[in-house]
Design a protein. Structure first.
Length: 111
């Protein structure tokens, strides 16, 4: 499989952050919607400025193309800003930095 970074997907991802049902400082749940044609096989989120990605939040699960998952981003640190990394079944990936989960309640991966 060919490894590639979808710059266009990354740009679309960033521009399609939706503030519908915004998360509050007390509620850091974020709905991840996969609107691509490939399954989301790995999802990572780390505090802004972290040197390494935390563990794959999805574990053995996947978010199928057209599917969604709600993730509780409250890691006990009190932080609101996270960097996200999505890895898809076709080995493409998207990295977005500085997502404010206290403001953003829905994130869409689009093509």
């Amino acid at each position: 499989m060919q490894h590639r970074l979808w710059a266009a997907v990354g740009a679309a991802f960033f521009t399609s952050l939706v503030l519908a049902g915004t998360a509050s400082a007390e509620n850091r749940q974020v709905k991840i919607i996969n609107e691509t044609s490939s399954d989301l096989s790995e999802f990572y989120a780390s505090n802004v400025g972290a040197k390494d990605w935390e563990e794959d939040i999805l574990g053995d699960d996947e978010v199928p193309a057209g599917g969604s998952v709600t993730i509780n981003m409250d890691d006990g640190s009190g932080y609101c800003k996270f960097d996200f990394k999505g890895v898809f079944a076709d080995d493409s990936e998207v990295v977005e930095e500085g997502i404010d989960v206290c403001e953003v309640g829905v994130v869409r991966f689009t093509e």
